[in-house]
Design a protein around this ligand. Sequence first.
Ligand SMILES: NC(=O)c1ccc[n+]([C@@H]2O[C@H](COP(=O)([O-])OP(=O)(O)OC[C@H]3O[C@@H](n4cnc5c(N)ncnc54)[C@H](OP(=O)(O)O)[C@@H]3O)[C@@H](O)[C@H]2O)c1
Length: 253
Amino acid sequence: MGKLTGKVAVVTGASSGMGKEIVTLFAKEGASVVAVARRKERLEDLAASLKDEEGTVLAYPGDISSKDVNEAMIDFAVEKFGKLDILVNNAGIMDDMAAVGDFNDDKLLQVFSVNVYGPFYATRKAVNTFKAQGSKGSIVHIASEGAYKTCAGAVYCASKSAVVTLSRNTAYMYKNEGIRSNAIIAGGFVTEISTSMGMPDMEAYGKLQPNLATSPAPGDPVEIAKAVVFLASDDAAYISGAELAVDGGWCAA
Ligand SMILES: NC(=O)c1ccc[n+]([C@@H]2O[C@H](COP(=O)([O-])OP(=O)(O)OC[C@H]3O[C@@H](n4cnc5c(N)ncnc54)[C@H](OP(=O)(O)O)[C@@H]3O)[C@@H](O)[C@H]2O)c1
């Protein structure tokens, strides 16, 4: 029996990087998973590659910046698997590293739509689903060292601070209902996220170098997946409102 046997999860940003590893480990640990991202083919390939694992994976293509998608993906999980136990708000994009004096209006909207509005819509739907079910539930947010360190642009760092605050506020407000919410403070990982950056603001990027140089070598995204399984599982039943750094020690620099 896996650590998540019998649990139903929705994981966003499942088509690459950390999300793909989270879905993979969830399926191996027995969870039924709705895997969400825009690239349908990738989700379907992932689901097919996991068909022999204990848990079933279903692809749910959609844009996480849309309120309707956030609500519909959770309805889909309940319709297909009968309930919701776990939400992982993982989908995210980078900014262009710009300082506040130079941020781009479109970038601000785009990054906050994916990194902040998406998790807000999904978390609202998840807590109300848990309450309607009369069940406990676990929400895991993928935040970043950027919530605390100046290691990206003002927009990205502020978006991840918002995610940490959302996580803590949720944990406090729903503690009596047994709804847990935790955030992972991810360090540097080898994924496709730099493709969402576009052309960086080179002046700002230069200024960030002393901080970036304090990071250990980038990690394997499977390390994030292991931490998410722990926080989502009953092993973490008494952990809520916490931030867990998974960063090879960068938080100590
Ligand atoms: N890599 C790092 O060093 C690092 C460090 C700290 C925190 N993080 C955080 O970790 C999380 C995962 O990122 P990653 O590093 O694994 O990057 P990644 O490989 O680029 O994966 C990002 C995922 O988010 C999805 N996504 C992006 N925009 C979306 C949208 N509008 N609607 C639905 N899905 C969307 C992408 O899928 P589609 O393109 O198919 O939609 C993809 O599956 C993010 O929240 C990121 O901020 C990463």
